[in-house]
Every structure is written in structure tokens, then in C-alpha cells.
Design a protein around this ligand. Structure first.
Ligand code: HEC
Ligand code: HEC
Ligand code: HEC
Ligand code: HEC
Length: 120
């Protein structure tokens, strides 16, 4: 019994701190820190909650990843019956309607459609 308990403690610890590089309990900003990017990759200055916005009112994300036409190429669904999450029809939809910096991503399309997106 004692052994079982310590075994589950080990498993719990591995789960909590993550062995794999893409641990599910890390948020977008944490992963960007792992890619070597500072807070100011997305924010106007260190410690500020404000996001950088370019002259087209696009968030900093777009400077590195491109606009929807570009990111859509990376998220073509394997199953043709599914809809590309970046094929949106809202014009200037901010990336952060779905991609949250420091909390779980939000399935914005799911407000109206039955699409089950798991937003990284
Ligand atoms: C990949 C881009 C990105 C990076 C890097 C990033 N953030 Fe954020 N941050 C966001 C986004 C997006 C929001 C908007 C709130 C949300 O949707 O979570 C935000 C919001 C915040 C807020 C407002 C409170 C909150 O949680 O919403 C603070 C404070 C903040 N960030 C601090 C930081 C600090 C400090 C760092 C560096 C350790 C950092 N951020 C790195 C994207 C980023
Ligand atoms: C300074 C450049 C830079 C900025 C700004 C930036 N990223 Fe990234 N992002 C990267 C790099 C580098 C990677 C890792 C390589 C890759 O997957 O392209 C990455 C990976 C990602 C990934 C896939 C892997 C993961 O960890 O989820 C997503 C999703 C992502 N970024 C979304 C965003 C969003 C949304 C924003 C704005 C809030 C943003 N990025 C801002 C450079 C950036
Ligand atoms: C409707 C919600 C939504 C919005 C808005 C959104 N994304 Fe995404 N994004 C997703 C989902 C869902 C995935 C994961 C798709 C998958 O795993 O196939 C994703 C994945 C990504 C990735 C990783 C692609 C890869 O290499 O696997 C990047 C980078 C990214 N988004 C950037 C952006 C940027 C930049 C914007 C704004 C221009 C944006 N996203 C707006 C839902 C969204
Ligand atoms: C505020 C509600 C709302 C949101 C949020 C929304 N949609 Fe829609 N969408 C609609 C409506 C209404 C239609 C038109 C439906 C019709 O005429 O059959 C539509 C049509 C579509 C269509 C055309 C095919 C169809 O089902 O009729 C696609 C594809 C689509 N949306 C994808 C998306 C994606 C991807 C997102 C997230 C980025 C999204 N939508 C977010 C309301 C929404």
C-alpha cells in the first residue's frame, strides 16, 4: 500500500510538472517563454498588461505568425468534414478571442457553431 501511494505521488508529480515539452497545463505565454521570447514579444513593456498593436490594429501575434490567410495554411483539418478554425468570417477578429495568454484558450466559434476546437 505504501508503495502504491508513493507510486501515485510520483505519477502526480510528473503530471504536474510535465515530462513532455507540450504539457497541457501550460498556457500560451508560458510556452512562448520556453521558445525564448520575453514578455515584450506580446506586451508593450515589461509588467504592462497591454498587448502590442500594430497600425492595422493587429496584435503582436500577427507580426510573427501572419494574418489568418497564413495561419490557416497550418491548420487545415485532417478530416475534410471539419472546418479550419482560422477560416473565420468576422473580418478583423482579434487572435485573442480564442488564444488567451495566461489561461485556457477559448472556442469562440463554439458560441454559434458545433465545432469542437481545442485552442492552444
Ligand atoms: C504570446 C504572447 C504573450 C506573452 C509572451 C506574454 N503575454 Fe501576458 N498576455 C497575453 C495576452 C493575449 C493577454 C490578454 C489576456 C488573456 O487573454 O489571457 C495577456 C495578459 C496579461 C496580463 C493582464 C492580466 C491577465 O492575466 O489577463 C498581464 C499582467 C500579463 N499578461 C503579463 C505578462 C508577463 C509578466 C509576461 C512575461 C512573463 C507575459 N505577460 C507574456 C499574451 C502574452
Ligand atoms: C516574437 C514572435 C512571436 C510572437 C509575438 C508570438 N509568437 Fe506564437 N510562436 C512564436 C514561435 C517562435 C513559436 C514556436 C515555433 C512555432 O510553433 O511556430 C510560436 C508558437 C505558437 C503557437 C503554436 C505552439 C504553441 O505553443 O501553442 C501558437 C498557437 C502561437 N504561437 C500563437 C501565438 C499568439 C496567439 C500570439 C499573440 C498573442 C503569438 N503567438 C505571439 C513566435 C511568436
Ligand atoms: C476561432 C478561434 C481562433 C482564432 C480567432 C485564432 N486561432 Fe489560432 N488556432 C486556433 C485553433 C483551434 C488552433 C489549433 C488547430 C489545430 O490544432 O489544428 C490554432 C492554432 C494556431 C497556431 C499553431 C499552428 C500550428 O503550427 O500548428 C498558430 C501559430 C495560431 N493559431 C495563430 C493564430 C493567429 C496569429 C491568430 C490571429 C490572426 C489566430 N491564431 C486566431 C483557433 C483560433
Ligand atoms: C455570432 C455567431 C457566430 C460565430 C461566433 C461564428 N459564426 Fe460562423 N456562421 C454564423 C452564421 C449565422 C452563419 C450563416 C449560417 C447559415 O446561413 O447557414 C455562419 C456560417 C459559417 C460558415 C459557412 C457554412 C455554414 O455552416 O453555414 C462557416 C464555415 C463558419 N460560419 C465558420 C465559422 C468559424 C470558423 C467561426 C469561428 C472563427 C465562426 N464561424 C464563428 C454565425 C457565427
Amino acid at each position: 500500500m505504501k508503495q502504491l501511494l508513493s507510486m501515485s505521488f510520483v505519477l502526480f508529480s510528473l503530471g504536474a510538472f510535465g515530462i513532455s515539452t507540450a504539457s497541457a497545463d501550460e498556457f500560451l505565454a508560458d510556452r512562448h517563454a520556453k521558445y525564448g521570447l520575453p514578455c515584450t514579444a506580446c506586451h508593450v513593456e515589461n509588467g504592462s498588461p497591454k498587448l502590442k498593436i500594430d497600425d492595422q490594429k493587429h496584435e503582436a501575434c500577427v507580426g510573427c505568425h501572419g494574418w489568418y490567410d497564413e495561419v490557416a495554411k497550418k491548420t487545415v483539418p485532417k478530416d475534410e468534414a471539419n472546418v479550419n478554425p482560422h477560416s473565420q468570417h468576422d473580418g478583423n477578429l482579434p487572435c485573442t478571442e480564442c488564444h488567451k495568454g495566461h489561461k485556457k484558450g477559448y472556442n469562440y466559434c463554439g458560441d454559434c457553431h458545433m465545432y469542437n476546437y481545442n485552442v492552444p
